[in-house]
Ligand binder design. Structure first.
Ligand code: ADP
Ligand code: ADP
Ligand code: ZN
Length: 215
């Protein structure tokens, strides 16, 4: 299965990615994590991406597309995968279709729908683990009482781009550049839309149900 998780920043894509990938038994990747990993290693790509990410705007298509298609080639080959946060522009979606032209293409795009007010609440309360990237929320999904990551014991931090100034910009960018992908994949017949304003477990159950529904 080749599956894409689509939705605005804060919709819960990262939170759901691990369980969906495990269910499908496929490798998964978040484009934002690939960029953050490059920054940690202080690569040229990491330095380039940083200037865009801090401002809450998208990294240019050219570099993003080559980074993700390289991941697909090395980690997934011609098998299945789960992508979180890619594609985010029509150009990226077309490039992905091109990269998969020797296969039977994407099977599913799971769109997690969440209202703007809730997105702002989720992003401004988000805590991320420095060790493993796991995500928590100060109110809705609190970390253990000792304040470290439940999975690996790592230190939790607030992402720079989750500051209120950057959050507004990111939502704006989502509506202008990424939201058009909803129609793109609906027309392709592979979109499934899920109400993201339910408990984390319930959203996960519904997403997994939608993977197999219809064809
Ligand atoms: P979130 O999951 O909260 O939406 P991400 O971690 O996916 O945030 O992305 C953080 C930032 O990384 C984005 O604001 C953008 O600058 C960059 N980024 C991630 N994925 C892409 C992409 N597919 N295209 C361009 N930029 C991206
Ligand atoms: P995305 O990867 O789409 O940007 P995340 O998975 O990082 O989103 O989730 C954003 C924030 O919202 C995190 O703090 C997470 O703990 C929280 N969250 C995720 N799903 C839910 C949910 N169903 N209900 C309440 N909070 C959620
Ligand atoms: Zn961790």
């Amino acid at each position: 299965m080749k599956v894409v998780l689509l939705g605005p920043p804060g919709a819960g894509k990262g939170t759901q990615a691990a369980r969906i990938a495990e269910y499908l038994d496929v490798p998964s990747v978040a484009s934002g994590d690939l960029f953050r990993d490059h920054q940690k290693r202080d690569t040229e790509l990491g330095r380039l991406a940083r200037s865009y990410m801090q401002r809450g705007v998208l990294v240019p298509d050219e570099v993003t597309i080559s980074m993700v298609t390289e991941w697909i080639e090395t980690e997934a080959g011609t098998g299945g995968f789960l992508l979180d946060g890619f594609p985010r522009t029509l150009g990226q979606a077309e490039a992905l279709d091109g990269a998969l032209s020797n296969t039977d293409g994407l099977d599913r795009v799971l769109y997690i729908r969440v209202s703007n007010d809730e997105l702002v609440r989720r992003l401004t309360g988000r805590l991320v683990c420095r060790g493993c990237g796991a995500t928590f929320h100060r109110v809705s999904n609190p970390p253990p009482a000792h304040g470290a990551c439940e999975d690996c014991g790592g230190e939790l931090y607030e992402r720079e781009d989750d500051r209120p100034e950057a959050v507004g910009k990111r939502l704006e960018v989502y509506f202008s550049e990424t939201a058009p992908l909803i129609d793109y994949y609906r027309e392709a017949g592979i979109l499934r839309e899920v109400d993201g304003e339910q408990s984390i477990d319930e959203v996960g159950r519904v997403l997994i149900g939608e993977i197999g529904s219809g064809s």
